[in-house]
Design a protein around this ligand. Sequence first.
Ligand SMILES: [Zn+2]
Length: 127
Amino acid sequence: MDQPGVACTNCGKNMTTDDLRRTSCVHCGQVLAHHARAAQQVAVINQMMGQYMAGAPPPIPPMMVGQIPPMMGNPMMGNPYVAAQMNAVNQGVKTAAMSVVLVSVIIGVVVVVLAVGGIVAFALVGR
Ligand SMILES: [Zn+2]
């Protein structure tokens, strides 16, 4: 018997831990949900970073529209499966937000270092 636990979301067949390391189901070829979600989050982060670098304000990525219902009075939050999905999505959003904050901090530090370096260099040359 296969070990109990994870089954393919598409064909329903049980998957071993070896199967789970693959990006797609060995039985039907369906891309595994956790890999798909990870790829999706990476794409969102890349999108946000790209827009941040281009100087545009980060908009809500299209994949999240309609996927994050209002927190208050949401009947779906009682469903543990949906709640788990929401946590995964929120985690991705937090990670993306953290990345943007980190980049702005790094840019700020670089600007300060350049400014101080310029003042010091000017003072040394001006002597
Ligand atoms: Zn399958």
